[in-house]
Design a binder for this molecule. Structure first.
Ligand SMILES: [Zn+2]
Length: 228
């Protein structure tokens, strides 16, 4: 009786000990996993400074397009390859899986245009707001992007639609002084801030939606001027 009770108590003690040990072990493992996940998922905080030296971004675009066998063929162009502000900007954009809002005064950079078209083909919902006066000039990518089926809206004001920002997956804000032109990318001193910050993303997204609605073609006013 006593022996059985002691054995039971011992068993209970062992069970408790094991349980506690296991619990602590699992707790520790979970805490470590959470810490690792947090390290991995630390919000993006990055600044890209331009000019970016002329460089080959073919690998970044081909990798994103996942064209079979394409990765094995190095680009034959003589430009240096590797990391540069433009390739970093491309990678940030190409991380989009669901949505991409773009608000740009000038968009003529062919590589960035390819990235945007690639996202559109991949099923990402792309919306572009741009400046009416700039979008028609030679080299502008807006016509091509529209032709690819991407939604574009433009201002109808005397002032410029001078913003330069993009929002990836309603999660990451890309903003700064840079217009997406080769001229600016290769020659100008520019800064681009990349951040995952819910508050700033929301403020920019709200403004994008406001402008998007304001530039809705159904509310165009420039025809009414002549009709009177
Ligand atoms: Zn190349």
């Amino acid at each position: 009786m006593w022996a059985a009770g002691a054995a039971r108590r011992a068993g209970l003690g062992l069970g408790l000990g094991l349980g506690l040990g296991l619990g602590l072990g699992l707790g520790l493992a979970a805490a470590l996993a959470l810490a690792a996940w947090r390290r991995q998922r630390r919000p993006v905080r990055e600044v890209l400074f331009f000019p970016s030296r002329p460089s080959c971004t073919e690998a970044v675009l081909v990798e994103a397009a996942a064209e079979p066998g394409a990765a094995a063929r190095p680009c034959p162009c003589p430009l240096p390859q590797g990391d540069c502000p433009l390739s970093r900007l491309l990678r940030r954009l190409l991380s989009a899986r669901r949505s991409l809002e773009i608000c740009l005064f000038a968009f003529s950079c062919p590589q960035l245009s390819r990235a945007v078209q690639l996202l559109h083909r991949r099923g990402v919902c792309v919306r572009i707001v741009t400046d009416a006066q700039y979008m028609g000039i030679r080299g502008s990518q807006i016509g091509l992007l529209r032709h690819a089926g991407i939604q574009v809206r433009h201002d109808q004001e005397d002032g410029y639609m001078h913003h330069k920002f993009a929002i990836v997956d309603r999660r990451m804000l890309i903003t700064g002084s840079l217009n997406w032109t080769t001229q600016a990318i290769q020659n100008n001193r520019e800064n681009v801030l990349v951040m995952e910050d819910a508050e700033y993303v929301k403020l920019f997204l709200d403004e994008f939606e406001r402008i998007w609605e304001e530039y809705n073609p159904i509310s165009y006013k420039f025809f009414s001027k002549d009709s009177k």
